[in-house]
Ligand binder design. Structure first.
Ligand code: ZN
Length: 229
């Protein structure tokens, strides 16, 4: 079994692409395993993007399926054909966006921890962010800290603690763009292949909440989104 230093949750979106290149700077591409999780029937293009970006970066990638989330999760992101609203107007409580998949990051971080242990890695990277995310509960710092404790307790003590690193946690979209800029041209070019759009388009549709947020970040940073060129 090949050993890695860290497993990076990698969807092929803007945040996880930036997170991947952050991890490359810390550990080197050869020491990372990118983990792409298929769960949503809407966007095959995200899987294609993640494969392409990982290959260009020289990072090994594994794809696992959590199709069960399409059956359990009641979210516009997994229910094909539903319109995604950012303001939660279709949410039963009227608070959370319809794109939110309840408990998704619990599943993702749990699976990533299992993959990490399999490959003797002690670190899991995730591009989650508690800024600009409409209050997704499982993007909060306190959830990630709790999950880190849970993942560590779920594994043999002899393996030592699992560390979950979230370099984007406290960055807004403008700051995430600026981080990508500082990470250099490889990261910037990779962003050109990333897919954020809820409609699964690249370049994005420009009108869905994800596209709006992405565009706002690049505009505030005073830079042009390479995916639009
Ligand atoms: Zn869009």
């Amino acid at each position: 079994m090949k050993k890695y230093t860290a497993v990076v949750l990698f969807s092929g979106g803007q945040d996880s692409t930036t997170c991947l290149h952050y991890a490359i700077k810390q550990h080197g591409a050869a020491n990372l395993l990118a983990l792409s999780i298929a769960y949503n029937q809407r966007h095959a293009i995200e899987m294609e993007a993640s494969a392409q970006i990982a290959e260009v970066a020289g990072v090994d990638r594994v794809k696992h399926s959590l199709d069960v989330m399409g059956q359990v999760g009641d979210s516009a992101l997994v229910n094909a054909g539903e319109v995604i609203h950012a303001d939660g107007r279709d949410d039963k409580d009227g608070k959370l966006p319809t794109s939110w998949v309840p408990g998704r990051n619990m599943m993702f971080l749990g699976l990533a921890s299992m993959v990490a242990v399999k490959h003797k890695a002690r670190i899991v990277y995730a591009g989650v962010c508690q800024e600009d995310y409409s209050g997704y509960p499982d993007c909060r710092q306190e959830f990630v800290e709790a999950m880190q404790v849970a993942a560590t307790l779920a594994m043999p003590t002899s393996l030592g603690p699992i560390e979950i690193k979230t370099p984007l946690m406290n960055l807004n979209k403008k700051q995430t763009v600026e981080l990508a800029d500082r990470l250099g041209s490889d990261c910037w070019l990779a962003l050109g292949h990333s897919v954020t759009c809820y409609e699964g388009q690249r370049p994005g549709c420009g009108v869905c909440p994800a596209c709006e947020l992405r565009a706002k970040g690049f505009k505030e940073a005073g830079m042009i989104d390479p995916a639009t060129l």
